[in-house]
Design a protein around this ligand. Structure first.
Ligand SMILES: [Zn+2]
Length: 410
């Protein structure tokens, strides 16, 4: 059995930088928690547990994770995403796990008028925090609803919910900000968040796709995180798998990402009415949505990964020969979730191994290398190749945001 040379190195590397936990990679855990449980449990093959910065657990699945909680080390950040921003959509009734939340409305979606009474707000907040308390979270996430525009009545309600949260548990609270991407520059939202008194902010911007969005939109997202971070808030960019690495390298935010999921967040997909039950929609719990090819910095559908890896010259460039995939040429395809988590841990360790000032440039260089690999794939596969166009845009986003930080002295 391979004595995990790589594991030992990485563990040393991570311990060297243990103080560098202001920007974390948090694993978003939903139905796929067993993969993570396995990697946190050493066995004959895997000598050491996967070192992770922390987890964000979906509130509607948290009761399944009792065992997982026990395995998280003392310096892990542990958060529960309460999912309250999904409870104002009528379609929340289609999701049994949302309906089962103790703080969900018993008959329908929430409406602003439900919260007219202060006592109701108190009880609601108590119920949301109680679920987090039971899971022994390290930080509380204040309940918050999606705010579609500056005129939305939910904005004022969110303010009251955050105030009540801080009344109940003190100041070590993250505000939840769930807004459409066209509100990223809205000063009402930014000022409200900065002046809220919260210690941090869990930031959900929708829709946001690092793969397809234009440069200005991605720059705005980084800029928003930077503004909040400069104001002293600890920022977590929610559901931002690949682009989160850029945010970490720029030093503006922690980020969370589901296991081997694609690089986008769209609230509309989460609240879309379902005509089938959850079990029918997800026949295999934890079924991966893609294969993460680290040298491409991209998660691709399994079918695409297969066709790329079936070409020997491309496979030589892309195959993972780390412990996660050793022993089988096909491991990356067979155990994509495990591969993703180990690969991401290596990426985070690599960012931390560089001095902070070098990190954006190093990341841009990495994207450029990924771009070269993507070009080879295009030459070989022709029209069957994915566009990989995002690899052109990301270095420009990093460049633009770095320049704007220098100009503004931020
Ligand atoms: Zn691997």
């Amino acid at each position: 059995m391979t004595n995990s040379r790589w594991h030992d190195n990485t563990t040393d590397e991570m311990h060297d930088t243990i103080g560098d936990k202001d920007r974390r990679f948090l694993i978003r855990v939903g139905n796929d928690y067993r993969t993570l449980e396995k990697l946190l449990t050493p066995d004959f093959e895997q000598k050491l547990p996967l070192q992770i910065d922390g987890v964000v657990v979906d509130g509607n699945h948290s009761t399944k994770f009792k065992d997982l909680r026990e395995r998280l080390s003392g310096d892990s950040q542990v958060l529960i995403d309460h999912q309250v921003y999904r409870l104002q959509q009528a379609s929340c009734r289609d999701h049994p796990s949302l309906v089962a939340l103790p703080y969900a409305h018993k008959e329908r979606e929430y409406r602003p008028e439900d919260f007219a009474d202060d006592d109701f707000i108190k009880t609601f907040v108590q119920s949301v925090l109680n679920e987090q308390h039971k899971f022994r979270v390290t930080d509380y996430l204040a309940p918050s609803f999606f705010v579609s525009s500056p005129e939305s009545p939910w904005l004022e309600l969110n303010r009251r919910l955050l105030g009540e949260t801080m009344n109940q548990v003190g100041a070590q609270v993250y505000a939840t900000v769930c807004i459409p991407s066209n509100m990223q520059r809205n000063s009402i939202v930014i000022d409200w968040t900065i002046n809220s008194g919260a210690a941090g902010v869990y930031l959900l911007v929708t829709p946001l796709s690092a793969l397809t969005d234009p440069i200005p939109k991605l720059v705005q997202f980084l800029d928003l995180a930077k503004r909040l971070s400069d104001a002293g808030l600890t920022v977590i960019a929610g559901r931002q798998p690949a682009f989160g690495l850029a945010m970490m390298a720029m030093g503006v935010a922690s980020f969370d990402a589901g296991i081997a999921q694609s690089e986008r967040f769209n609230l509309a997909n989460l609240v879309r009415p379902k005509r089938r039950t959850e079990a029918q929609v997800h026949p295999r719990h934890g079924a991966p949505r893609g294969i993460y090819l680290a040298d491409l910095m991209t998660t691709v559908p399994a079918k695409v990964a297969k066709s790329i890896l079936s070409v020997p010259s491309l496979k030589a460039l892309l195959v993972c020969d780390e412990l996660c995939c050793r022993g089988s040429f096909q491991s990356i395809l067979v155990r994509p979730e495990e591969h993703f988590l180990w690969a991401r841990a290596r990426e985070v360790a690599a960012i931390r191994s560089d001095p902070k000032d070098w990190r954006p440039r190093r990341l841009a260089e990495r994207v450029s290398r990924a771009r070269q690999v993507a070009d080879k794939i295009k030459v070989t596969l022709g029209t069957a190749a994915p566009s990989f166009e995002h690899l052109d845009r990301w270095p420009r986003v990093i460049e633009q945001i770095s320049a704007s930080f220098r100009v503004s002295g931020r």
